[in-house]
Design a protein around this ligand. Structure first.
Ligand SMILES: Cc1cc2nc3c(=O)[nH]c(=O)nc-3n(C[C@H](O)[C@H](O)[C@H](O)COP(=O)(O)OP(=O)(O)OC[C@H]3O[C@@H](n4cnc5c(N)ncnc54)[C@H](O)[C@@H]3O)c2cc1C
Length: 79
C-alpha cells in the first residue's frame, strides 16, 4: 500500500452490537453469493485468530462444512 494509507486498524465503533453485525457481515446480501470474513468483523480484531474464527463460522453456516475434529466444539468463535 502507498502512503498516506499504508496501514490501518479496526475497532468496533462504540455502541455497535458486534454480535449482530458479525453474522450479518458474513453474508451481507441474503440473495447474493457473497461472503465476507476477516478480522475486521470479529471479536479478535487485529489478530489472525479473529480472521480464522469468522472464516470457520462462514464455512459452517453457509457452506455446511462440519467443524474440524481438531477444533473443540466449545471453542469460542464469536457471534
Ligand atoms: C506488521 C503486522 C504484524 C502482525 N502480527 C500479528 C501477530 O503476531 N499475530 C496475529 O495474530 N496477528 C498479527 N497481525 C494481524 C494479522 O496479520 C491480521 O489480523 C490478519 O492478517 C487479518 O486477516 P484478514 O484475512 O482479515 O485480512 P488480510 O490478511 O489483510 O487479508 C486481506 C487480503 O485481501 C487482499 N485484498 C485487498 N484488497 C483487495 C482487492 N481489491 N481485491 C483482491 N484482494 C484484495 C489483500 O491483498 C489481502 O491478501 C499483524 C499485522 C501486521 C500488519
Amino acid at each position: 500500500m502507498r502512503d498516506p494509507y499504508g496501514a490501518a486498524y479496526h475497532f468496533w465503533r462504540v455502541g455497535a452490537k458486534s454480535w449482530e453485525v458479525m453474522p450479518r457481515m458474513r453474508h451481507p446480501l441474503p440473495d447474493a453469493d457473497l461472503y465476507v470474513c476477516g478480522s475486521a468483523w470479529s471479536t479478535g480484531q487485529g489478530w489472525v485468530y479473529g480472521a480464522l474464527t469468522q472464516a470457520e463460522l462462514m464455512l459452517e453456516e453457509h457452506f455446511g462444512l462440519p467443524r474440524p475434529a481438531w477444533l473443540s466444539p466449545t471453542a469460542y468463535l464469536g457471534a
